[in-house]
Design a protein around this ligand. Structure first.
Ligand SMILES: Cc1cc2nc3c(=O)[nH]c(=O)nc-3n(C[C@H](O)[C@H](O)[C@H](O)COP(=O)(O)OP(=O)(O)OC[C@H]3O[C@@H](n4cnc5c(N)ncnc54)[C@H](O)[C@@H]3O)c2cc1C
Length: 389
């Protein structure tokens, strides 16, 4: 088994690493202090994404994406994940299900999204449907050659600014027929109700949205009636691996900073790294990082080699669960190594302690990943996890 990165993989890593350090890290403190970046800075970052060929890493070149392998996508996410305040999100990765659109939808949404000319938000969660996406109640019904959508969404990241919003609905109130729609910005009835404040200051909102008699042409349906969940399955695998890779990127940056500090900081007449209590923390951090990276890149390589969708889905849950939880522990230990300085907002490790919390929650909480895994284990035994071919 050869798990070494290829020359192309290493080139991708170099590009993503330089981009993160030159275009993301320098803006972290301003973003944390002001809650936003000015237009010129945002434009500079955007141009950087294009110059470093990091736009739409998850889409095919024919649509304007970079056509990266899953291994390479994980490499990019690991590198940009090191940036605090969710700045990794500036490296746009349009929803993968847009590929399933009609030629007209691909031209109108996917191609400009890959170029970075438009943003597409993804509105699944509702007040009554968080972990239980089957509880979605936002309903669509046909009226002539239009659909009319009514319901409410929450945590709808970017939906206040995105040019288009992918909205999950159920057809005619029937939960067995989940259906996706593209709702353009400014469509009447698609209204921001509230923008709650969140612990991470990323410059992006996660609004609560009301949909009241939102009337859109039937051609705005993505896929077919009832295909809503099927179309989001590949998104979940991709998003969960991305979260895992970003989590490991956060863990590595936090532990590197802590190590530098532990070598420098003197207490009781010696560098604190010399205390076994501190050294053991680094041993634990290194082990968890190594385990996480091994899981991510092994499975990414398997997916690139044609792993079946069902097994990829099963493994992505284990990887997201482990890496987000491990990164949480690593970042927390790194903050502990800094003592009181680990609580100063100017310290990237402090900001990472806020950022890393989210990774255990979205795209399925840790508990939901375990529910998925337990279901797989009941049906298929341990093979998806313990088997090795
Ligand atoms: C900053 C941010 C951005 C987000 N962006 C988006 C977005 O762009 N689009 C979008 O659609 N959503 C988004 N989300 C929503 C996110 O995916 C949900 O918050 C997440 O899925 C959990 O749902 P919930 O918050 O309703 O928690 P709940 O489902 O209410 O869960 C509460 C607790 O119960 C546990 N729990 C629930 N069911 C079970 C079970 N069966 N077994 C054991 N434990 C269980 C959970 O693990 C959790 O600990 C975002 C969330 C945040 C915080």
């Amino acid at each position: 088994m050869d798990m070494a990165f290829t020359r192309e993989d290493l080139d991708v890593r170099e590009r993503a690493r330089s981009f993160a350090r030159q275009h993301l890290w320098p803006h972290e403190i301003t973003l944390d202090e002001n809650g936003s970046l000015d237009e010129a800075t945002e434009a500079g970052i955007r141009q950087g994404v294009l110059d470093y060929r990091l736009n739409a890493i998850n889409h095919d070149p024919e649509h304007g994406g970079q056509g990266m392998t899953i291994v390479q996508q994980c490499i990019v996410n690991e590198e940009v994940g090191s940036a605090t305040n969710g700045l990794w999100g500036r490296v746009w990765q349009p929803p993968i299900c847009l590929k399933q659109g009609t030629p007209e939808q691909i031209a109108a949404y996917l191609v400009p999204a890959c170029r970075g000319d438009i943003t597409v938000s993804f509105c699944v969660t509702e007040p009554g449907a968080g972990s239980d996406a089957g509880g979605i109640r936002t309903s669509a019904s046909l009226d002539g050659n239009h659909y009319v959508i009514n319901g409410e969404k929450c945590f709808a990241s970017h939906s206040d600014s995105a040019e288009a919003n992918l909205v999950t609905t159920i057809m005619d109130g029937d939960p067995a027929r989940p259906t996706l729609f593209l709702v353009d910005k400014g469509t009447r009835g698609f209204d921001m109700r509230r923008m709650p404040r969140f612990s991470q200051r990323s410059g992006h909102e996660h609004p609560e949205v009301d949909l009241v008699d939102v009337r859109i042409p039937a051609t705005q349906m993505l896929g077919d009636v009832g295909e809503g969940f099927e179309l989001t399955k590949d998104w979940f695998v991709e998003a969960r691996l991305a979260i895992a890779a970003r989590s490991i990127g956060m863990a590595i940056r936090a532990s590197e900073l802590a190590l530098e500090w532990a070598r420098e900081r003197q207490q009781f007449g010696r560098a604190i790294i010399e205390f076994q209590g501190i050294g053991f923390m680094f041993a634990e951090m290194a082990t968890e990082i190594m385990a996480g990276k091994s899981m991510i890149y092994r499975t990414a390589q398997e997916i690139d080699s044609g792993l079946d969708r069902r097994t990829a889905h099963a493994k992505a849950s284990a990887i997201k669960y482990y890496c987000s939880e491990a990164a949480f522990r690593v970042v927390d230990r790194a903050a502990q190594v800094f003592g009181g300085r680990g609580m100063m907002c100017e310290n990237p490790v402090e900001r990472l302690t806020r950022d890393v919390r989210l990774e255990r929650i979205w795209e399925g909480t840790s508990e939901i990943q375990k529910v998925i895994m337990a279901g797989q284990i009941m049906k298929r035994g341990l093979d998806p996890y313990a088997g090795w071919t």
